[in-house]
Ligand binder design. Structure first.
Ligand code: PLP
Length: 493
């Protein structure tokens, strides 16, 4: 007593691999329930006798009986001895899925102003490895997985099922200690475990800073050019970013106070400005600290890739120079170990530990304990420093290979600017090429690039490409450079 289409839709449910995890009678029950909810089987409609439906579906009568019993128990059908099964009177009160479907004009969602701002920011799109030349992507194929596995097993052994309990909201003490030791030793920071807040990423840290320290409408100073993740975190919080130009010595700190005398914070990448690669000079660091003291403003120091400095040691971080506790230091393991690990952190002035931790717990509670505990051991046992050392020399070689390949094959179009650190190389156009068109055409050829000009708030004559080199072997880079040569030659014609 089903129409052809209704029988077909029950059959489709039964055979759809997406429902493979459900036993047959549940699939039949769900299929009929859906027909009732959609109004395709109206109140009072008789259902086929179980024997006849079983034979149409090629299942046993018991299977259909089980499905009908469940529908009966849920109130979707009534069963009368001698007359069969019918769609229940109670189904009249069910919200019809068909009727609920919004009209076309209602289909657009009504978001809050905050929701609109988040949507319009477009979110942060991370490049996926291993497409060449995605900027900022680390080489994960060299990660000492066997060591990590061994340490993770140790964690399970020591903690057992306790590892599945909630972590301390600020992060596991062992990891906070290991990070504080690392920062004091390697980055010249003033760190202690009680001032570290473990997070999933720098992105989370940037978002927290933007939301907790400032109110919508407040002005903050930002580098121009600027990392997209910072720009989006700032606009999502409703802040107004005031761009400050960058030169070969980093942010032009001396003029910035006049640009926005009321600015509440300064977002900085002092070790390795993103994307120009400039290192902020010491006198400018000191000026920035003095500005923050006088203004009672914050410096948000994003130290995203300072592990990878190829000419001597990187300069100590701003946080370590700031004796007024106005600097929040952001670190991440995205570049040093891999983005998928999703561990970053904030080193905070003491008075900000409680508010930042509270704000973070409202977002997602805390990080997963097992990864935190494994990473703590990885650092304590010296594997982190050893891995960074190996990758540093590998990346330095790869940087030189890319510079050479660009000069040899793309020299007619691009001038490489060999960076002293980091995982990517800015390459400037020496021909009049449209950055957008190059990025689009390259993407079509399987190559991910970021346009340099797109990162400026105030348009400047600095069109070009940001090319990642860390995640690619020399052979992979060569193959991609030859493809890019064809793309550029095609566009330059
Ligand atoms: C300047 C800057 N900050 C932060 C990050 C990202 O770090 P995370 O993955 O921890 O958000 C990147 C990554 O490209 C970056 O370039």
């Amino acid at each position: 007593m089903f129409k052809h289409a209704q029988l077909e839709s029950v059959k489709a449910w039964l055979t759809d691999p997406a429902h493979g995890a459900l036993v047959r009678h549940v699939r039949i029950q769900r299929a009929i329930r859906q027909l009732i909810l959609e109004g395709a089987l109206p109140v009072g409609k008789p259902l086929p006798a179980s024997r006849s439906l079983a034979s149409s579906l090629g299942v046993s009568r018991d299977t259909v009986e089980s499905a009908y019993s469940q529908l009966h128990a849920e109130g979707f059908i009534e069963r009368r001895v001698g007359s069969g099964s019918f769609v229940s009177q109670r189904a009249r009160c069910l919200p019809s899925r068909k009727r609920q479907r919004p009209a076309q004009s209602e289909a657009t969602v009504q978001l809050s102003r905050r929701g609109e701002a988040l949507l319009h920011s477009g979110g942060v799109h991370n490049f996926q490895s291993p497409r060449p030349f995605a900027p900022g992507v680390a080489e994960t194929r060299r990660f000492p997985l066997a060591v990590w596995e061994k340490l993770e097993r140790q964690v399970y052994k020591e903690y057992g099922t306790r590892a599945l309990e909630h972590s301390e909201p600020q992060g596991m003490f062992a990891l906070r200690s290991a990070i504080a030791d690392y920062l004091n030793l390697e980055r010249g920071a003033q760190a202690s475990a009680d001032r570290i807040l473990i997070l999933t990423s720098s992105q989370q840290a940037l978002g927290l800073c933007a939301q907790v320290l400032m109110d919508a409408g407040d002005r903050v100073l930002v580098e121009d050019p600027l990392y997209q993740g910072t720009r989006k975190a700032i606009s999502a919080a409703g802040l107004q970013g005031v761009p400050v130009p960058v030169d070969a010595h980093g942010l032009q700190v001396d003029g910035m106070a006049q640009l926005a005398p009321d600015a509440r914070a300064l977002f900085l990448t002092p070790s390795h400005q993103y994307p120009t690669g400039a290192t902020l000079s010491l006198d400018r660091r000191l000026l920035a600290i003095e500005w923050a003291r006088q203004q009672r403003a914050w410096i948000i120091e994003d130290d995203y890739d300072s592990e990878f400095h190829y000419a001597g040691r990187p300069t100590a971080c701003v946080q370590g120079l700031d004796s007024h506790a106005r600097t929040l230091y952001i670190g991440t393991f995205t570049k040093s170990l891999g983005a998928g690990l999703r561990i970053g952190y904030l080193l905070l002035p003491p008075q900000l530990v409680a508010p930042m931790t509270a704000a973070r717990t409202l977002q997602d509670g805390h990080n997963a304990s097992i990864a935190q505990l494994t990473l703590a051991r990885f650092m304590e046992d010296g594997h982190f420093n050893a891995h960074v050392r190996v990758m540093r020399s590998l990346y330095a070689e790869r940087r030189d290979v890319l510079a050479d390949l660009v000069q040899r094959h793309l020299g007619a179009f691009l001038r490489p600017q060999v960076p002293v650190g980091g995982l990517q190389m800015p390459c400037h156009f020496i021909q009049n090429l449209a950055e957008d068109a190059v990025v689009r055409a390259a993407r079509g050829a399987g190559i991910d690039l970021l346009g340099l000009g797109s990162l400026y708030a105030v348009p400047r004559n600095d069109a070009g490409l940001l090319m990642g080199f860390a995640a690619l072997t020399p052979a992979e880079m060569r193959e991609a450079v030859l493809k890019l040569e064809k793309v550029l030659a095609g566009l330059a014609r």
